[in-house]
Design a protein around this ligand. Structure first.
Ligand SMILES: Cc1cc2nc3c(=O)[nH]c(=O)nc-3n(C[C@H](O)[C@H](O)[C@H](O)COP(=O)(O)OP(=O)(O)OC[C@H]3O[C@@H](n4cnc5c(N)ncnc54)[C@H](O)[C@@H]3O)c2cc1C
Length: 412
């Protein structure tokens, strides 16, 4: 039996790839054919959720700031829900086995399901937002509501134009727990398939830095590069990708001990010029800043950087949720976004074979998956699945052309 050894790098891109890869293999198994030996090596110098994915605010819905359905928003939304379900299942299994703490009130270890509220703040956009909202998808509805209804959902909310858009099925994800749940699900799948005894699967995590793609050249049949913004630091790709980097800071807030009135249990998170991702009655995150051209990918935020971030974020948050003044900053985290160019379909990730950049060949061994911008949580699942199919079939044409267009533009 031939051996196919695949190597991939990093974060939730690879996690979804692994899951899809192995799910795909299990489908093949169910239908009676036997796939070759598969071994997946994951390299990440920090660990699971080591980059922007681990710090992401976690607000998840398939719409633009003007509540327009994003490119392939329905497919992306559905696939993300599917992966969330898989990751939740893996963590709940641990809870049921008594291997991890039980959860308060049967809450999910990953998802807060209270919806997201977006007050309209720009008179100019009200008409277009109302029109866009009518084209929402059935499993992520958008309900235009007036001030009274909005304040019923979030007491003390400011609704300057007497209009807000409520997405009751939108989610707030704990990104780090999600990634850990996905990895666990990958491990479970490998173990389950090995137990079945028909096929041999391996999954290895290497906490190691990759300095150059050529270092991996001899060992693998396929290499998937999902280093987020740091793909631009690889010597083979430096100066070749149409990506801009943008650092973002998120501050963690807690309600002061002297404040009795908590954030209501059933109230949604809030999206505006700044967003408030609610994690509980007395805990929320406020984000995020946009420091264009920064190359700083560190998760750590200095005191000075955190207070500058608050200077930017606080006025934005107060204008929509004035009681934010009762909350105290307890910490801050940062990450680097990989921002792709704006196209007629919006800002789309960059995918495709990139062998010509690495060793000048025209084979499909090296694959790129980056440019998830500020929407990694939405894009990763569906695009990870498509990329997995393309890698398995050695067929770049399985990736929607909108995502590989960047390569053709570079050569024009
Ligand atoms: C502050 C902030 C808030 C955000 N909020 C949201 C949100 O609410 N919703 C949303 O959808 N998106 C959000 N995003 C965007 C989202 O985080 C990104 O789109 C997504 O995380 C990108 O995922 P990635 O896997 O491409 O990159 P990353 O998550 O950055 O993963 C790259 C990984 O590669 C590893 N790595 C890098 N170089 C090397 C190397 N040479 N060798 C080995 N390992 C390496 C890193 O350690 C890291 O783990 C936010 C981003 C930021 C910065």
């Amino acid at each position: 039996m031939p051996t196919t050894t695949s190597q991939i790098c990093s974060s939730w891109c690879w996690l979804c790839w692994v899951i899809r890869r192995l799910e795909f293999a299990s489908n093949v198994l169910q239908h009676g054919s036997r796939e070759s030996h598969l071994s997946v090596d994951i390299y990440d110098e920090v660990g699971i959720g080591g980059g922007a994915s681990g710090v992401a605010g976690g607000l998840l819905h398939p719409y633009s700031p003007k509540v327009k359905l994003l490119w392939r928003g329905a497919e992306c939304w559905n696939e993300t829900l599917n992966l969330l379900h898989i990751a939740e299942g893996a963590l709940l299994k641990l809870v049921n086995q008594g291997k991890c703490e039980t959860l308060e009130n049967n809450e999910s270890p990953i998802v807060r399901r209270r919806g997201i509220l977006r007050p309209a703040i720009n008179l100019k956009n009200m008409k277009i937002m109302t029109e866009n909202a009518q084209n929402c998808i059935a499993n992520c509805r958008i309900e235009p509501i007036h001030e009274d209804a909005a304040q019923n959902l979030v007491p003390n909310l400011s609704v300057p134009l007497n209009l807000a858009f409520f997405m009751p099925q939108a989610l707030n994800i704990n990104a780090q727990s999600y990634l850990e749940g996905l990895y666990l699900a990958c491990q479970n799948l490998v173990n389950d398939m090995s137990t079945l005894g028909h096929v041999h699967r391996e999954l290895h995590f290497h906490q190691k830095s990759v300095q150059s793609l050529l270092d991996l050249a001899g060992e693998y049949d396929a290499v998937i590069i999902c280093l987020g913004a740091r793909a631009v630091f690889l010597p083979e790709l430096s100066g070749k990708l149409p990506l801009r980097t943008c650092r973002g800071i998120i501050t963690h807030l807690q309600l002061g001990d002297d404040i009795r009135e908590e954030y209501p249990k059933h109230s949604p998170s809030i999206l505006s010029d700044a967003w408030l991702a609610v994690h509980g009655a007395r805990r929320m995150d406020l984000g995020s800043t946009w420091d264009w051209k920064s190359m700083d990918y560190s998760r750590n935020v200095t005191t000075d950087e955190a207070s500058k971030a608050m200077e930017v974020l606080l006025p934005k948050a107060s204008s929509i949720y004035p009681t934010i003044k009762n909350w105290t900053v307890t910490g801050a985290v940062g990450g680097l976004r990989a921002m792709p160019p704006l196209t007629a379909d919006g800002s789309l990730p960059l995918l495709g074979c990139i062998d010509n950049y690495v060793d000048g060949s025209a084979t499909c061994k090296y694959w790129l998956f980056t440019g998830l911008g500020a929407r990694g949580l939405l894009f990763h699942g569906w695009l990870g699945k498509l990329l997995a199919q393309a890698v398995l079939s050695h067929d770049e044409n399985l990736i929607p052309f909108e995502l590989t267009l960047w390569k053709h533009k570079l050569h024009q």
